[in-house]
Design a protein around this ligand. Structure first.
Ligand code: F6P
Length: 507
């Protein structure tokens, strides 16, 4: 790969004329070119990128960047299980969890899934007595995926009520405890490393809660989900309730592994299998489709065009579906922890902007709060809208009509704008958006949506030359917190020292 060669195409991209979206729609085939419906296991999903500034010229130059950066080679290396996470010396094998990847890794993932399935089925059949609730304790990648999937898919019914607890703030765990009966509750301790302070502290408090409430063998109510099974056993979990996963599955890509245990507990194994299948369908599309026709690559091209060429510092995601309200949170970690870097995989400096800030919310709420800035602010913010054709409720269909009308109206308004003699009432328009419309929201389509975003993030990283699979940027703050916790409240800047003193911490 040659970053220098890519630079010439980035420069050329900057110099291209910038027709408006309305002008681009002068090409009558535009919709066919940039919007596509994929038939997937859980139903169709439409990926409409026509209201972005992608054009044949832009795509050709981004294609040249992709060739210079060997995106095809990177994609092959990802699926072949090569050690593409070079800084940590390992592969990134989340797709193997979905059955696509190096044979030995797929085989290992299948064996670990079989072990997980046995435990899930046994618990559903009563092997651990009556289980009504599961408190899933984890943080970051060990919590955001399960939280999203549970919230999106189990609003109507769940085999077990799952409460995801991540924050070290005891208010989070306390709320879950209040909602559960200790006699019928299991605790899942989810941590790839099995060392994360927040998770281990919350897990100890959960054990105390069980003990204080008459559970004679609290450890007997714990299931550990981890890539460090020996640490879980050492901590006190019986080996039969330790569900390992491979070191090569990154934390923020781990919901397909045993970290997905709460999803399987809530949906049943069949639902979890469908979730994996939906993701696998996107894996196949991404792997088998030419870059030019690849919906994942198209989305990454648009992301890069806005971040690199139009210098957009943020991108927004609005789910016009209450069930997907945690998706922006999930994507924040996926995109910002993966691509928020200032060095390339080879250690040299990244000389262009890294990933933009991902933010967002749920529609229509966000319209009444933040859309003012999207329409009339001075920032150009590319927006993704996500919606689902079939509503997730049985109320009057008017609710869903209004919801979807608003979603589509926003994209249209951002693009068209509106002239006015009165500046306060004028909308500049020409503001980009993409729309993802699912026929239904079910385990398979949610799996597909998440896998689409994983690969989109991967392509962006490959185009820039970033390793998206490490996250050294989170370490310094953790180390300082540990130093303070162990009594070292001095030697900081005056502001920090004063805060520590005021809070009575660190000395
Ligand atoms: O601090 C960041 C991070 O390492 C994430 O990448 C990860 O998902 C999270 O912490 C939790 O880590 P673990 O699963 O090892 O507890």
């Amino acid at each position: 790969m040659t970053v220098a060669e890519a630079e010439t195409y980035w420069t050329a991209l900057k110099g291209l004329p910038r027709p408006t979206l309305t002008a681009l729609f002068g090409d009558r085939s535009r919709l066919d070119t940039y919007a596509e419906t994929l038939e997937l296991p859980g139903g169709a999903i439409r990926f409409d990128w026509s209201k972005t500034h992608l054009s044949s010229e832009v795509v050709a130059l981004l294609g040249a960047v992709a060739a210079a950066m060997d995106v095809e080679g990177r994609r092959a290396a990802l699926f072949d299980g090569e050690k593409i996470n070079n800084t940590e010396g390992r592969a990134a094998e989340h797709t193997a969890e979905r059955g696509i990847g190096k044979d030995s890794s797929v085989e290992e993932a299948e064996q670990l899934h079989a072990r997980m399935r046995m435990l899930v089925d046994a618990i559903h059949e009563g092997a651990l007595g009556e289980v009504r609730s599961l408190i899933h304790i984890g943080i970051g990648g060990s919590a955001l995926g399960p939280a999203l999937a549970i919230d999106a898919l189990t609003r109507d019914e769940a085999k077990v009520a799952v409460h995801v607890v991540s924050n070290i703030d005891g208010c989070a765990l306390e709320a879950a405890m209040k909602a559960c009966d200790p006699a019928t509750t299991l605790i899942a301790v989810a941590s790839k490393t099995f060392t994360t302070t927040e998770t281990m502290t919350n897990a100890m408090s959960a054990l105390e809660w069980l003990r204080d409430n008459g559970v004679s063998d609290p450890y007997g109510r714990v299931v550990a989900l981890t890539a460090a099974p020996e640490k879980a056993v050492e901590w006190g979990v019986d080996e039969t309730r330790v569900l390992p996963f491979s070191e090569t599955v990154g934390g923020r890509y781990s919901l397909w592994s045993s970290i997905g245990f709460p999803i399987a507990m809530a949906l049943g194994w069949q639902g979890f299998a469908e979730f994996l299948d939906g993701a696998a369908a996107i894996d196949r599309h991404f792997l088998d489709t030419d870059l030019a026709d690849n919906i994942v690559v198209r989305a990454a091209f648009a992301d890069l065009y806005y971040a690199q060429v139009r210098k957009c510092q943020t991108r927004a995601v609005f789910a016009y579906d209450e069930r997907l309200k945690l998706l922006p949170d999930y994507l924040q970690q996926l995109e910002m922890e993966s691509n928020g870097k200032s060095v390339l995989a080879d250690g040299s400096a990244l000389t262009r902007p890294s990933a933009p800030v991902t933010w967002g919310g749920v529609g229509t709420d966000a319209q009444h709060a933040v859309f003012q800035l999207l329409h009339q602010g001075t920032h150009l913010i590319p927006v993704d809208f996500l919606a689902v054709k079939v509503p997730g409720h049985d109320l009057d269909p008017a609710h869903h009509h209004i919801l979807l009308s608003n979603c589509f109206a926003q994209g249209a308004a951002l693009m068209a704008g509106k002239a006015s003699d009165d500046g306060a009432r004028a909308y500049p328009g020409d503001r980009p958006s993409a729309t993802i419309l699912c026929d239904e929201l079910n385990p398979a389509t949610l799996g597909a949506l998440i896998a689409f975003h994983e690969h989109r993030t991967f392509v962006s990283a490959a185009m820039l030359g970033i390793n998206p699979f490490d996250q050294f940027g989170v370490e310094l703050g953790k180390a300082i917190a540990k130093q303070i916790d162990t009594g070292g409240g001095e030697g900081f800047d005056p502001s920090t020292e004063a805060l520590l003193k005021l809070a009575g911490i660190g000395s």
